[in-house]
Design a protein around this ligand. Sequence first.
Ligand code: HEM
Length: 215
Amino acid sequence: MTSTHPRKLHPLPLRIMHWLNAITIFIMVGSGWKIYNDEVIFGWLTFPDALTIGTWAQHGLQWHFFGMWILVINGLAYLTYGVVTGRYRRMLLPLRWDDLLATVKDALHFSVAHADTTKYNAVQKLLYIGVIAVGILIVISGLTLWKPVQFSPMVTFFGSFQNVRLVHFFCMSAIVGFVVVHVALALLVPKTIVAMVGGGPFIDDPRPEVAGQEH
Ligand code: HEM
């Protein structure tokens, strides 16, 4: 069949997974900061209590595990969905250096082209692929911190338990940095938020082999 199949830009399952993930990241970061404060990595850095979740560290840990299950299950569902429906191939690939440089050049001239909200520009693609990769690494490093004996090959891989803590911390920092930029860009183009809530415009998928797989 070569006919195209109209579907919403952001299908319902994708939207549910995106917003569930946003809430979960908020829980994970807030409770993670609570746990961090109990035994800081950097002497100069503690997070203000008002920004943490949980009354004390043990509470924070309970919130962290609660969020972890949602993050892992939702994350696996999102990864499977992205691969099986062809969404990653369609929306996030290909990522070309030339496109990346052109988008950065446009941004430096303050002409961020987001007229066509049905396609991600090269910087968006890079940020989304990057945050997905960091999301996988933060889960792996977190599982290693939780069960260092069972995940001992990971401790060996990263060099030491303390290094795993550092990796987990830097992944958190990258995700927080991503969220700040991501939300700022979304607020600059509010119709993208409207689309992530309501599904956005109907689009035709011109590629027959993936048409109709994602609604
Ligand atoms: C309140 C916070 C958030 C808002 C307002 C928001 C908003 C949006 C919007 C509007 C889009 C579509 C972008 C576009 O059409 O140009 C999007 C996509 C995306 N967001 Fe968020 N987001 C939030 C939190 C997060 C968080 C916490 C993460 C991950 C750590 C995240 C990861 C993603 C990814 C990976 C996509 C691409 C999804 C895909 O097309 O498969 N977002 N977000």
